[in-house]
Design a binder for this molecule. Structure first.
Ligand code: HEM
Length: 129
Protein backbone atom coordinates (compact mmCIF):
# COMPACT_ATOMS: atom_id res chain seq x y z
CA UNK A 1 0.00 0.00 0.00
CA UNK A 2 1.25 3.50 -0.81
CA UNK A 3 2.68 5.45 2.10
CA UNK A 4 0.13 8.27 1.96
CA UNK A 5 -2.68 5.73 2.25
CA UNK A 6 -0.99 4.07 5.24
CA UNK A 7 -0.53 7.47 6.92
CA UNK A 8 -4.23 8.32 6.52
CA UNK A 9 -4.96 4.73 7.62
CA UNK A 10 -3.44 5.49 11.03
CA UNK A 11 -5.80 8.48 11.39
CA UNK A 12 -8.81 6.26 10.66
CA UNK A 13 -7.62 3.49 12.97
CA UNK A 14 -7.23 6.10 15.75
CA UNK A 15 -10.66 7.52 14.92
CA UNK A 16 -12.38 4.13 15.05
CA UNK A 17 -10.47 3.23 18.24
CA UNK A 18 -12.11 6.32 19.78
CA UNK A 19 -15.56 5.38 18.48
CA UNK A 20 -15.51 1.62 19.08
CA UNK A 21 -15.08 1.81 22.84
CA UNK A 22 -16.31 -0.95 25.17
CA UNK A 23 -18.69 1.47 26.94
CA UNK A 24 -20.70 1.84 23.70
CA UNK A 25 -20.08 -1.42 21.93
CA UNK A 26 -20.09 -3.93 24.77
CA UNK A 27 -17.48 -5.22 27.19
CA UNK A 28 -16.82 -8.45 25.26
CA UNK A 29 -16.67 -8.07 21.46
CA UNK A 30 -16.33 -4.28 21.73
CA UNK A 31 -13.26 -4.52 23.93
CA UNK A 32 -11.50 -6.97 21.62
CA UNK A 33 -12.25 -4.98 18.48
CA UNK A 34 -10.94 -1.90 20.32
CA UNK A 35 -7.71 -3.67 21.33
CA UNK A 36 -7.16 -5.14 17.83
CA UNK A 37 -7.62 -1.66 16.29
CA UNK A 38 -5.17 -0.19 18.83
CA UNK A 39 -2.53 -2.83 18.12
CA UNK A 40 -3.00 -2.50 14.34
CA UNK A 41 -2.53 1.25 14.72
CA UNK A 42 0.70 0.73 16.66
CA UNK A 43 2.08 -1.67 14.02
CA UNK A 44 1.13 0.76 11.25
CA UNK A 45 2.84 3.72 12.97
CA UNK A 46 6.04 1.64 13.27
CA UNK A 47 5.96 0.68 9.58
CA UNK A 48 5.21 4.24 8.48
CA UNK A 49 8.07 5.71 10.52
CA UNK A 50 10.43 3.14 8.97
CA UNK A 51 9.26 4.04 5.45
CA UNK A 52 9.59 7.78 6.14
CA UNK A 53 13.09 7.30 7.57
CA UNK A 54 14.25 5.86 4.24
CA UNK A 55 12.94 8.85 2.25
CA UNK A 56 14.32 12.37 1.82
CA UNK A 57 11.26 13.93 3.46
CA UNK A 58 11.72 16.99 5.73
CA UNK A 59 13.13 15.83 9.06
CA UNK A 60 10.14 17.40 10.82
CA UNK A 61 7.98 14.62 9.34
CA UNK A 62 10.39 11.96 10.59
CA UNK A 63 10.27 13.53 14.05
CA UNK A 64 6.46 13.63 14.09
CA UNK A 65 6.35 9.97 13.05
CA UNK A 66 8.61 9.06 16.00
CA UNK A 67 6.47 11.09 18.41
CA UNK A 68 3.40 9.26 17.07
CA UNK A 69 5.07 5.92 17.83
CA UNK A 70 5.77 7.13 21.39
CA UNK A 71 2.13 8.05 21.91
CA UNK A 72 0.95 4.77 20.36
CA UNK A 73 3.17 2.75 22.72
CA UNK A 74 2.03 4.85 25.69
CA UNK A 75 -1.57 4.33 24.59
CA UNK A 76 -1.21 0.54 24.66
CA UNK A 77 0.41 0.71 28.13
CA UNK A 78 -2.30 3.07 29.48
CA UNK A 79 -5.06 0.99 27.87
CA UNK A 80 -3.75 -2.25 29.37
CA UNK A 81 -3.29 -0.59 32.77
CA UNK A 82 -6.75 0.96 32.56
CA UNK A 83 -8.34 -2.39 31.69
CA UNK A 84 -6.51 -4.28 34.45
CA UNK A 85 -7.34 -1.71 37.16
CA UNK A 86 -10.95 -1.32 36.01
CA UNK A 87 -11.71 -5.02 35.91
CA UNK A 88 -9.46 -6.50 38.60
CA UNK A 89 -8.72 -3.66 41.05
CA UNK A 90 -12.01 -1.73 41.39
CA UNK A 91 -10.98 -0.57 44.89
CA UNK A 92 -8.38 1.75 43.30
CA UNK A 93 -10.69 4.41 41.77
CA UNK A 94 -8.03 7.16 41.73
CA UNK A 95 -5.62 4.98 39.71
CA UNK A 96 -8.42 4.05 37.31
CA UNK A 97 -9.38 7.68 36.81
CA UNK A 98 -5.74 8.72 36.23
CA UNK A 99 -5.26 5.95 33.64
CA UNK A 100 -8.57 6.80 31.96
CA UNK A 101 -7.55 10.46 31.60
CA UNK A 102 -4.08 9.50 30.34
CA UNK A 103 -5.68 7.10 27.80
CA UNK A 104 -8.09 9.79 26.63
CA UNK A 105 -5.46 12.53 26.36
CA UNK A 106 -3.16 10.15 24.49
CA UNK A 107 -5.98 9.35 22.04
CA UNK A 108 -6.38 13.06 21.25
CA UNK A 109 -2.61 13.51 20.87
CA UNK A 110 -2.40 10.55 18.45
CA UNK A 111 -5.24 11.95 16.35
CA UNK A 112 -3.52 15.36 16.18
CA UNK A 113 -0.07 13.97 15.35
CA UNK A 114 -1.25 11.34 12.85
CA UNK A 115 -3.49 13.84 11.02
CA UNK A 116 -0.80 16.48 10.67
CA UNK A 117 1.74 13.87 9.54
CA UNK A 118 -0.57 12.42 6.87
CA UNK A 119 -1.53 15.82 5.47
CA UNK A 120 2.01 17.21 5.52
CA UNK A 121 3.43 14.10 3.81
CA UNK A 122 0.66 14.15 1.20
CA UNK A 123 1.41 17.80 0.41
CA UNK A 124 5.15 17.12 0.26
CA UNK A 125 4.64 14.17 -2.11
CA UNK A 126 2.34 16.20 -4.37
CA UNK A 127 4.64 19.27 -4.14
CA UNK A 128 1.69 21.37 -2.99
CA UNK A 129 3.67 24.21 -1.47
C1 HEM B 1 -4.00 -2.05 22.44
C2 HEM B 1 -4.33 -0.82 22.71
C3 HEM B 1 -5.48 -0.43 23.61
C4 HEM B 1 -5.97 -1.02 24.75
C5 HEM B 1 -5.47 -2.27 25.44
C6 HEM B 1 -7.08 -0.22 25.18
C7 HEM B 1 -7.86 -0.48 26.28
C8 HEM B 1 -8.96 0.24 26.67
C9 HEM B 1 -9.84 -0.10 27.75
C10 HEM B 1 -9.67 -1.32 28.64
C11 HEM B 1 -10.80 0.85 27.80
C12 HEM B 1 -11.95 0.97 28.82
C13 HEM B 1 -12.88 -0.16 28.67
C14 HEM B 1 -14.08 -0.05 29.55
O1 HEM B 1 -14.72 1.03 29.60
O2 HEM B 1 -14.38 -1.06 30.19
C15 HEM B 1 -10.53 1.81 26.75
C16 HEM B 1 -11.30 2.93 26.50
C17 HEM B 1 -11.00 3.89 25.57
N1 HEM B 1 -9.98 3.83 24.65
FE1 HEM B 1 -8.61 2.34 24.49
N2 HEM B 1 -7.23 0.84 24.32
C18 HEM B 1 -6.28 0.73 23.35
C19 HEM B 1 -6.09 1.58 22.29
C20 HEM B 1 -6.76 2.75 22.09
C21 HEM B 1 -6.50 3.69 21.03
C22 HEM B 1 -5.45 3.49 19.94
C23 HEM B 1 -7.36 4.73 21.19
C24 HEM B 1 -7.50 5.98 20.36
C25 HEM B 1 -6.55 6.49 19.62
C26 HEM B 1 -8.16 4.46 22.35
C27 HEM B 1 -9.16 5.29 22.85
C28 HEM B 1 -10.01 4.98 23.89
C29 HEM B 1 -11.09 5.82 24.35
C30 HEM B 1 -11.44 7.18 23.79
C31 HEM B 1 -11.70 5.13 25.41
C32 HEM B 1 -12.89 5.61 26.26
C33 HEM B 1 -12.33 6.21 27.53
C34 HEM B 1 -13.41 6.41 28.58
O3 HEM B 1 -14.16 5.47 28.84
O4 HEM B 1 -13.44 7.48 29.18
N3 HEM B 1 -7.77 3.25 22.87
N4 HEM B 1 -9.42 1.41 26.07
Amino acid sequence: MQLWKRLYGVVWLAFFSCVIIPRWTGAKAGLWVHVVLGLAMLIMTLGNAKSLHALSVPSRLKRISKVTIGFAVLQVICGLGFGVVKHYLPDLPAAMQALRIAHLVCALAILAQASSLATAYDMWEEKEF
